[in-house]
Design a protein around this ligand. Sequence first.
Ligand code: AMP
Length: 137
Amino acid sequence: MADTIFSKIIAGEIPCFRVYEDDQVLAFLDINPLSKGHTLVIPKEAAETLDRLSDEAAAALGRVLPRLSRAVLQATGATAFNILQNNGATAHQAVMHVHFHIIPKYADGSGLGIGWPARTLNADDGAALAAAIAGRL
Ligand code: AMP
């Protein structure tokens, strides 16, 4: 995997506003926040997208995400937040190293804006698709 700005941050070659670090995870403030407290949580393991991440690194992220979210809420006074995790340029991923966004949402509307073009799931298609996904686990 090619070096990214996040691997340079992990290596200490580029500064960040660090809020948490352990053996497998680093969290720091997003440099262009959508709202106050916008924080990025990344595995130290180099993987471009979540589907390529090891179970171990994924577990390490999952272990700290709730605690980090609580800390962001307490520090900012926000009471709502979104977790965003983009995979692939088509899905708005700009930095090709897995990362979770913790984005506080405020009453003034600041935070993540979401487009949600929902459709209806056809029952036959749903059954076939669920079976296809389940068969690959
Ligand atoms: P994504 O579109 O999910 O790939 O988001 C990448 C995020 O990384 C964006 O919100 C950027 O503002 C953020 N970002 C890029 N470079 C840095 C950096 N050096 N320090 C902190 N955040 C960064």
